[in-house]
Design a protein. Structure first.
Length: 221
């Protein structure tokens, strides 16, 4: 009895270490790819694709997968990629300005801006979650750089948001909490910058993940 339990526990422990190593590798690659700032969005897409490739499709070699996915993403999203850093800067600047302004005008402005930015955060997570669903097929030869491709991606994200509205709303709360923690402990940027949104997107897309895994298991039997 002991001999059967021992290898099983060792295998599970080895699997945990291997999974953690793959995740940390992807996080470090995301950080390196995001250094030019305007590549944050393609790097986030590449991270999401790579997580799907490894933990859903069962493909090994995270470094090679991330490199391939990043090149694929940056070729198709380079026009959209510039917008994300600009939106982040504008959001931070406007919030800081109205926080410092105070008074009734500041309160009214914050009451408008905070829900609006919450919707944008939910949209970002929905885009990542829909990207995870697309990792299995790489459908959409039309990329983000075309109007038709951009509308197609937004339609997929909107469809997912309608199905998973509550998880998306909770994801916004988690993201805001994470940003507040990050403001106090900036060193956490090394371990969670890409993984926190990616993990939330994985949670939002979890029904699809389970269905996809069952489909793969069925095809292997």
């Amino acid at each position: 009895m002991e001999s059967t339990k021992g290898p099983s526990r060792s295998a599970r422990l080895l699997g945990v270490f291997e999974t953690a190593g793959d995740i940390l590798t992807l996080q470090l690659l995301f950080l390196v790819a995001s250094l030019p700032v305007i590549t944050i969005f393609p790097a986030a897409l590449a991270l999401q694709y790579s997580l799907g490739d490894i933990f859903v499709e069962g493909r090994p070699r995270p470094a090679r997968l991330f490199r391939t996915n990043f090149i694929w993403a940056i070729r198709r999203t380079w026009k959209v990629a510039v917008l994300l850093p600009l939106l982040m800067i504008l959001a931070a600047a406007s919030l800081l300005f109205w926080l410092a302004a105070g008074g009734l005008a500041g309160v009214v402005a914050l009451c408008i801006l905070i829900p609006m930015y919450g919707v944008l955060v939910a949209g970002y997570v929905a885009v990542l979650a829909s990207t995870l669903e697309a990792a299995a097929s790489r459908t959409g030869a039309r990329g983000w750089d075309s109007i038709a491709g951009f509308r197609e991606r937004l339609h997929k994200a909107w469809s997912l948001a309608q199905r998973r509205a509550i998880p998306l709303a909770l994801s916004v709360v988690v993201m805001v909490t994470w940003l507040l923690v990050l403001a106090k402990l900036p060193t956490l940027v090394l371990v969670g910058t890409g993984l926190v949104p990616a993990g939330l997107a994985w949670w939002v897309a979890n029904p699809w993940v389970q269905d996809r895994r069952a489909e793969i298991a069925g095809s292997n039997n």
